[in-house]
Design a protein around this ligand. Sequence first.
Ligand code: F6P
Length: 354
Amino acid sequence: MTPPIRTVGVLSAGGDAPGINAAICGLGRRLLERGVTVLGFTHGWRGLILDQARPLTVLAMHDLLVAGGSVLGCSSHDPYLRGDRHDVERIRATFAARKLDALVAIGGDGTFASAVRLWREEGLPIVGVPKTIDNDLSGTDYTFGFVTAVERACQAMDQLRTTADSHDRVLVVECMGRHAGWITAFAGVAAGAESVLVPERPVELQHLFASLEALRRAGRKSAIVAAAEGIRLFEGGKPLSPEAKDEYGRYRTGGVAELVAKRIQAVLGWEARAQVLGYMQRAGSALAIDRIFALRLGAKAARLVLERRFGRMSALRGGEVTDVAFEEAVAKTKNMSDVFLDRYSDFFLPLDHP
Ligand code: F6P
């Protein structure tokens, strides 16, 4: 007979996202009602490496559903970054010292890249819950936090429209999304942005200028350009985006809106300003739909743990909560497909003008 699950750890890694606490609530309530001890490790993998944890109680669960951020704290610390076994051995030691029967990792692609190795190479019993405002994780139709971020970005653009109109300006609104343009595309299209620039397609500024110029000739005095932070910019075929990468080998992002606004003003003589939405997209509590979604994904993770189905992540597919292997989640970044982009290209990209 397999021994019962007695102690389960939980952590949230990567950036915070609206709904993390609701996921902890869904997980915790299901486990606590079975008499399982739930230990919350602080600041992602770092809490496991340093063995920093506290028990989560039934009482603590109650307020979690509504609260934004993560009650456990977050960090993007990668236990494999150093390239040696230091962090991995510390994690193994914490599993042993705390007698963990399972760990639930709430995170995105970076978190699961570590989780899959800890499961496959070390045999550590881990289950995942998908979280990222970017919605770029494979294996699930949506990640919680995304809908809230889209709503925030859309509302910001709706409001910025009044300022753009009042001053006859172009406002370039920078949304989060290093590799995928989901937030920018959904919020930009919903807000009626005149142009939507996403990382899935290289951005040729001359096309944008032509598109804006055509609008101006047609009588428009203002415009909103929605731009994902991760777009790669070209002007006349020449790359404009910085090539600098961070310690994780990712292109450094941030600042594209400023660059685009400056070029619009210089080339078209149309006053243009940049607005970076930044953390406003993921700060604060989740929309109701994301709370429910996170709660369901957390509860599903509890079931996976109790059934000892490790190496799997809870997921949403076709409206149903299900589960997928970690490998599927990390196989590739979930970008908007070419079919999708082509079908909506009139909305998503600057129109080509003669
Ligand atoms: O992955 C979520 C996200 O908010 C991205 O959209 C953004 O590029 C990144 O995190 C920002 O990371 P940080 O909070 O470390 O600056």
